[in-house]
Design a protein around this ligand. Structure first.
Ligand code: PEP
Length: 250
């Protein structure tokens, strides 16, 4: 059977009440479990994690993790804790966390602690801007290499990469499918140069940045990516469920 698409919803710091979080979780799950070609991943704020009742095709993800295993790290959550509540994925290196201080080195530590605990990292990478002479490709290459740190070849199959150009996050329009396709190929090439083609091809590449039900299908089908990381629309269950249906219809 063909690999399933991953459609991950990054709820960010939303919604503001547990009642609303329950409504989103329930409505999304109702549709997600009916999808044949998709694994839906809900990534709520930590405090709402227990509202995600995981099921076939409906998984729990986290928006972040700390790299230490346990101890005096006030406010932080370890990969083992996430594993113990049933999280399957964790987002690392999201642009908003990088802006709050996560360096490539910190991202690499988080990624490796997730893998050690048996959680699949969704590594976010993306350039700030697209220059005419293609320097952004070098930026991406360096960011990928530094964010993977010492990830061992045997663990590469756990990896998911979310390509999120910063200028398309929270914007009014997404990247064109043709550009998504070109960049996804470039990311595979970078992975292939490091780990070998067989391993690189096992890595799922997602696109993120201003995805809605209107552009989702073209981005995935023409951009030839393995799924999407959805921000704003993930806390709008009506819109998010339309994205799921569009992708399941490919
Ligand atoms: C994101 O923050 O990962 C994201 C893709 O946001 P949005 O979909 O709102 O652009």
């Amino acid at each position: 059977m063909k690999k399933k698409y991953i459609i991950a919803g990054n709820w960010k710091m939303n919604p503001q009440t547990v009642e609303e979080a329950k409504r989103i979780a329930t409505q999304v799950k109702k549709v997600a479990i009916k999808m044949k070609k998709i694994e839906t991943v809900a990534c709520p704020p930590f405090v709402y994690s227990n509202l995600i009742k995981v099921d076939d095709g409906f998984s729990l993800g986290s928006q972040d993790v700390y790299f230490e295993q346990a101890g005096s790290f006030t406010g932080e959550v370890s990969a083992e804790m996430l594993k113990s509540i049933g999280a399957k994925y964790v987002i690392v290196g999201h642009a908003e966390r990088r802006k709050m201080g996560d360096t490539d080195e910190v991202v690499a530590q988080k990624l490796n602690s997730a893998v050690d605990a048996g959680i699949q990292p969704i590594l976010c990478v993306g350039e700030k801007e697209r220059d005419q002479n293609g320097d952004y490709l070098g930026v991406l290459k360096n960011q990928i290499g530094a964010s993977l740190g010492k990830l061992a070849r045997k663990d590469v199959k756990q990896l998911v990469v979310a390509y999120e150009p910063l200028w398309a996050i929270g914007a009014t329009s997404a990247m064109t499918p043709a550009d998504v396709h070109e960049t996804a190929l470039f990311i595979k090439k970078v992975l292939s140069d490091t780990y070998g083609q067989e391993y690189a091809l096992s890595v799922k590449i997602l696109y993120g940045g201003s995805v809605t039900f209107k552009n989702a299908k073209d981005i995935v089908a023409l951009g030839q990516v393995d799924g999407l990381l959805v921000g704003r629309e993930s806390v709008n269950p009506e819109g998010f469920n339309l994205i799921l249906k569009e992708i399941d219809g490919i």
